[in-house]
Ligand binder design. Structure first.
Ligand SMILES: C[C@](O)(CO)[C@H](O)COP(=O)(O)O
Length: 238
């Protein structure tokens, strides 16, 4: 049985307001996507890595992978018109290379601080339950709003989880989910976990971390740099 990491790097990152797609921004002399690739490269349970890449950046990605010695990167696929289409392209391509009972961990390329523990837990919960969505508890009070201006309802935070990636599935099952979703006319679900719910399936949780940040806005780059600095000083102490 193989464990494959499928990194989703198909987006242009409009919310970052940069000329370069955020997965290719350089932070401390290394492109963001390389931090993410290194996390899976170093993980002993991951055999192969595939990337769904934004059009026009494929050769840059292969060049960076060579420069930073990412030997597990085997496939680079085209993105789609949205996240659901990009993931669908990726899993359909993987289906041509791997078996239905192989595990695929679908991960945002712009979550560069995913840890070995998070990857391991996602794999073991996928084996245990059939799928695994990385989550963290919801620490803030939650308000429900219709118009974004005011709220007259709150939502109990202990009943909520904040989802992250990786999100783990058996390859055959995630391909089947995408085929059924297309037949049902669902074409723009936010994430694999939301697609599962929209298709009436249960999802199971694995353990995430506040440090497994998603680089969405420019502010997140500052947080990323601070977390990198903290990580470096931990290494120096060891
Ligand atoms: C998959 C995800 O990271 C879970 O939190 C998130 O939904 C991705 O959102 P994006 O809009 O594709 O950045």
């Amino acid at each position: 049985m193989a464990n494959i990491a499928l990194l989703i790097a198909g987006g242009s990152g409009n919310r970052m307001h940069q000329d370069i797609p955020k997965q290719f921004l350089t932070v401390n002399e290394k492109p963001v996507i390389i931090y993410t690739l290194e996390a899976f490269e170093k993980h002993p349970e991951i055999g192969s890595i595939a990337v769904v890449c934004i059009d026009g950046w494929e050769q840059v990605l292969w060049a960076y992978a060579k420069q930073f010695n990412i030997t597990k990167l085997k496939y680079v696929f085209s993105g789609g018109e949205n996240g659901q289409a990009s993931i669908r392209n990726g899993v359909y391509e993987l289906e041509k290379q791997f078996k239905e009972n192989d595990i695929v961990l679908i991960h945002d390329a712009i979550r560069p601080l995913v840890s070995a523990e998070i990857i391991s837990d996602c794999i073991s919960k996928t084996i245990q339950y059939g799928n695994a969505i990385t989550v963290i508890p919801c620490a803030e009070a939650m308000m429900q709003t219709e118009n974004g201006v005011m709220a007259d309802k709150s939502y109990p935070r202990d009943r909520l989880k904040r989802t992250q990636t990786p999100q783990g599935f058996y390859l055959g099952q995630i391909c089947e989910l995408h085929r059924k979703a297309l037949k049902a006319g669902i074409t723009n679900s936010v994430a694999s976990c939301t697609l599962m719910i929209e298709m009436g399936q249960q999802v199971y949780f694995s353990a995430g971390s506040e440090k497994n940040i998603k680089l969405t806005t420019v502010e997140d780059i500052d947080i990323f740099k601070a977390l990198l600095a903290a990580k470096r000083s931990e290494w120096l102490k060891d």
